[in-house]
Write a protein that binds this ligand. Sequence first.
Ligand code: SF4
Ligand code: SF4
Length: 415
Amino acid sequence: MKTFNHPCFNSAHAATHGRIHLPVAKKCNIQCGYCNRLYDCVNESRPGVTSAVLSPDQAVVYLKRIMPPDKSITVIGIAGPGDPFAEPEKTLETLSKVKEEFPTIELCVSTNGLTVAEYVDDLVNIGVNFVTITVNAIDPAIQAKIISWARFKSKMYRGLDAANILISQQLKAIKELKSKGVTVKINTIVLPGINDNHIEEVAKTVAALGADVHNCIPFLPVEDSTFESLERPDHDTMQKARWQAGQYMQVVKHCARCRSDAVGLLGQSNPDHIAEILKEITMGPMNPNESRPYVAITSKEGVLINEHLGKSERFYIFEKNDSDYNLVAIRDAPKLEAGENRWETLAKLLEDCQAIVTYQVGGPPQYYLEKAGIKVYTSEGMIEYALDAIYSGKDPQKAFPVRHCTGPMNGGGCG
Ligand code: SF4
Ligand code: SF4
């Protein structure tokens, strides 16, 4: 087992070997009853929480800025805030770029396991030696109580169907990963009254497939999640779970339930400056090495953000000067054409823009624009407010102040 320098896989190194989580995986392809990723509190330490989400190029720039010179960081991992394989391109691109920049560092990913099996060869080729899969149940009836849905190969599954797919994909992934020599840790969230009497079966099944380490994590209630009122497991429940798991493989007990942007040694809070650096980089261009001075806006008249991207006939292009914004161009939208070409042409038209702010946007244009390194924001109200936000490193989504109007709405929506 290659556990010598991974603080999570080997408790002997937890106090001396640090890790950095890169929060590049925003979306998830399942919904667990204990998960709520909507909070962003720098003082909260649990999976799913991050101060910002990075693009792959931003992640490398971020690492270069925060990596301590003393070699105390031995592992770079991706652990959310969603699932790394809900958007596999971003995960694989990040891992490749990090390996190129830091060839001696160990790479690690933590996933729910729904789609990782497809990417085992990619992970091995990049040099990922450690994968964690969260397996909470191998009985579909139990798993169906834990997840409410799963999206697999563009189809939504619920109830037992979702549970069956998740379990079979997880077991397939463990087998594939072990056949390629990857060290596999299983995380199991111990949920009282749901899977606490099922831990031994989970451990026995995953150990038979070659899993190396089992990490039984006590459930933590999270506000506004399905299980927010469920009790935490008590000491005896956790002792029993770990003892049962320990009959089948090595057990680790020192998991610190880290944030998706955790930095440093397990159990330590992130240094204060980390959240600031993270936010600063996130609000810049998706590829910080490129020069993209402009921001594009969809607007009917050039004052308000009030046009849907797909309907927009023109794009207003702004740049920041010393104290204001210049309208540098009004670019005609590409001719209407079917399919993805339209969005690729649009991405080309806006290639010198770091962001676009639009009233609404569909999934395909957002995908193609972001793939081309252009951040897509939805907002409304004055263009100036949105530009203020973007150029000062803030999210423009709430650029227009909410007004509590009691009268009827009778305007045309054009200001
Ligand atoms: Fe949340 Fe992870 Fe479950 Fe997705 S797999 S819902 S990110 S806990
Ligand atoms: Fe390691 Fe647990 Fe933190 Fe993941 S959450 S990095 S397994 S200590």
